[in-house]
Ligand binder design. Structure first.
Ligand SMILES: [Cu+2]
Length: 327
């Protein structure tokens, strides 16, 4: 194995936050082992592929009909040779299994004192909730601290994938799944959904910020009580982003998956069932908590249900924000 280490190092060479040719940077405790398993399997398979292809090609020429028209009965078999070509590959395979098994157990067993962050996935955005109640649409984690993500989905199957941390886990509606990592490098990394989840799946991505503990603590404290500190409409704008409304609603008049909110407050809505309704506070509230009760004419009833996902303060500032989006 030690013989292969220089080769491994060459494969691995990384530059700054970009990573190398094969992999992104190794930004978590799992990355080192994970990459080694990959390169080990790649190198072992490469060596055997080469050996088998070369000898098969050589036999093709050596035993061609023109050179060996009457094949001779094969000499009695060589026990030594058979043992060698069974045992050596078996050792390589057993080590492959061992690496995978130990790595899997490690990745599936979060330390008991890990810092817990809840992740909520929905079409087509993320939100993260921290132990003090803070919530964000980008993930912030403290450098050097084991973090356990507890994940759930509001609608369909999603998957949380952070390539630089080498972690990926499906999120199935109706149950919690988890993963864990210890970030070992400061910086901004990509996080995205790795399970095709509908029309705008490709936009379901955000950033992970790894910050020194002091910076992280200050951030999480500020994020916990912005609603009481900011003017309602401004706080509402943050909730709008954090809860993923922006994935389906614009504020500039363009129609994405749902209607735009630009200058809509107080106007009359035509509903799919032919009735009409004024867009006031109660209508907005009902649209968020029971999206399918009053469907806007011309749109599909595909809005995520936010019942139980939004508290009264958040609802109040959201309504103020939607009111404030004028021409
Ligand atoms: Cu998704």
């Amino acid at each position: 194995m030690t013989l292969l280490l220089p080769v491994f190092a060459a494969f691995q060479s990384q530059s700054g936050q970009e990573g190398g040719f094969w992999f992104p940077v190794q930004a978590s405790n799992h990355a080192d082992r994970y990459d080694w398993v990959f390169f080990y399997i790649l190198i072992v398979c490469g060596i055997f592929l080469l050996g088998i292809t070369v000898s098969a090609t050589w036999f093709l020429f050596k035993y061609h009909r023109s050179r060996a028209p009457e094949p001779e009965p094969s000499p009695s078999h060589s026990t030594a040779l058979e043992i060698v070509w069974s045992v050596i590959p078996a050792i390589f395979l057993a080590y492959m299994f061992w690496l995978g098994f130990v790595g899997f157990m490690e990745q599936r067993t979060p330390p008991a004192d890990a810092y817990e962050i809840h992740a909520t996935a929905r079409k087509w955005s993320w939100s993260f909730t921290y132990p003090n109640g803070a919530e964000s649409d980008e993930l912030h984690v403290p450098l050097g601290v084991p973090v356990k993500m507890i994940m759930s989905s509001q609608d369909v199957i999603h998957a949380l994938f952070i390539p630089a941390f080498r972690v990926k886990q499906d999120i199935v509606p109706g149950r919690y799944s988890d993963l864990w990592f210890t970030p070992i490098m400061e910086g901004e990394f990509e996080l995205y959904c790795a399970e095709y989840c509908g029309k705008d799946h490709s936009t379901m991505q955000t950033s992970v910020f790894v910050e020194p503990e002091g910076v992280f603590n200050a951030w999480v404290e500020e994020a916990a009580d912005f609603i009481s500190k900011l003017p309602p409409a401004e706080a509402g704008e943050r909730v709008f982003k954090m809860k993923g409304c922006a994935a389906c609603h614009s504020i500039d008049g363009s129609v994405v998956t749902g209607p735009s909110f630009k200058g809509q407050f107080g106007t009359t809505r035509k509903l799919a069932d032919g009735s009409s309704v004024t867009m006031d506070e109660n209508y907005i509230r009902k649209s968020i908590l029971e999206p399918n009760a009053q469907v806007v004419a011309g749109f599909d009833p595909v809005m995520t249900n936010f019942q139980g996902q939004i508290n009264d303060d958040q609802l109040r500032v959201l309504i103020e924000y939607i009111k404030s989006v004028k021409e």
